[in-house]
Design a protein around this ligand. Structure first.
Ligand code: MG
Length: 217
C-alpha cells in the first residue's frame, strides 16, 4: 500500500487518525449537550437539537473547529469544558508504534490538524503526541480548513513540503478529496476513527483500520 522508499515525510491528521475520535464524539455529542442543558435549564433533547443546528450550519468551515466561535455562540466556555474531560484523550491502536517506527526509519512527521490551537495544546498535554512531531500545524493559522479550496497550495507555500515524496493520512473523506484535487498523490484513509464505532466502508482511497497495515519495514 505504501512504497516507503519513495516517502520522506508523513503528514498526519490528529483527531480520528493518531488520536481516537471517541473523545471528540463523547465531548460534542454527550458531554457538551448535558452541560448546555444544565446551564440553560432545558432538556437534554432540546440542548442536543440546538447544538446540532449550530453544528450543521458551520460544517466544513473553519468556525466549526473554532472553540472561540463556539464559546461566543452558545455563551459557554467550551475550552474549559474540554479540559474537564481531557483524561479521556487516547491514541488510536498502534499509533505510537507507528510514530516510533517512522522515527526509526528517518521519516519526518508533520501534524496537520483542523483542531483549534487550544484543542491542539490540550491534546499535546493530555498525550505524548508532541514527542513524535517534527512540526505541528493548526489550519487556523492559514485561515482555511483542510477541506477548503486552496488550503493545500497555501500549506505547500508555507512549509515547502514536497507532496511527491509525502504520505498524507486522514480519516475525513472530504479532506482527502480536497488534498487529491490539489495534487497530493499519496493518500490513506483511516476507516475507524472512533474505536467504539463500526469500520467505515471503503472509498476510492486506500484505507486502513490499524497502522500495522502500513508499518515501514
Ligand atoms: Mg480527523
Amino acid at each position: 500500500m505504501v512504497n516507503w522508499s519513495a516517502i520522506d515525510t508523513v503528514l498526519l491528521d490528529m483527531d480520528g487518525t493518531l488520536l481516537d475520535l471517541r473523545y471528540d464524539n463523547y465531548f460534542w455529542l454527550e458531554y457538551l449537550p448535558r452541560r448546555y442543558a444544565a446551564h440553560y435549564g432545558v432538556s437534554d433533547e432540546a440542548a442536543t437539537a440546538t447544538l446540532k443546528t449550530l453544528s450543521d450550519s458551520l460544517h466544513g468551515s473553519l468556525n466549526w473547529y473554532c472553540l472561540d466561535y463556539w464559546s461566543q455562540a452558545i455563551g459557554i466556555d467550551v475550552a474549559a469544558l474540554k479540559l474537564e474531560v481531557q483524561d479521556q484523550v487516547r491514541f488510536r491502536p498502534g499509533a505510537v508504534d507507528f510514530l516510533r517506527c517512522l522515527h526509526a526509519h528517518g521519516k519526518r512527521c508533520l501534524l496537520v490538524t483542523n483542531a483549534h490551537p487550544k484543542v491542539l495544546e490540550l491534546k499535546l498535554i493530555a498525550s505524548t503526541l508532541g514527542e513524535w512531531l517534527h512540526e505541528r500545524h493548526s489550519t487556523h493559522s492559514f485561515g482555511l480548513a483542510k477541506e477548503n479550496p486552496g488550503f493545500w497550495h497555501k500549506f505547500q507555500q508555507h512549509t515547502g513540503v514536497d507532496y511527491g515524496r509525502s504520505l498524507f493520512i486522514d480519516d475525513s473523506l472530504n479532506v482527502l478529496r480536497r488534498a487529491a484535487a490539489e495534487g497530493l498523490p499519496h493518500l490513506i484513509q483511516v476507516l475507524q476513527p472512533d474505536t467504539t464505532q463500526a469500520v467505515r466502508p471503503a472509498s476510492e482511497f486506500n484505507g486502513i483500520v490499524h497502522f500495522a497495515e502500513i508499518m515501514p519495514t
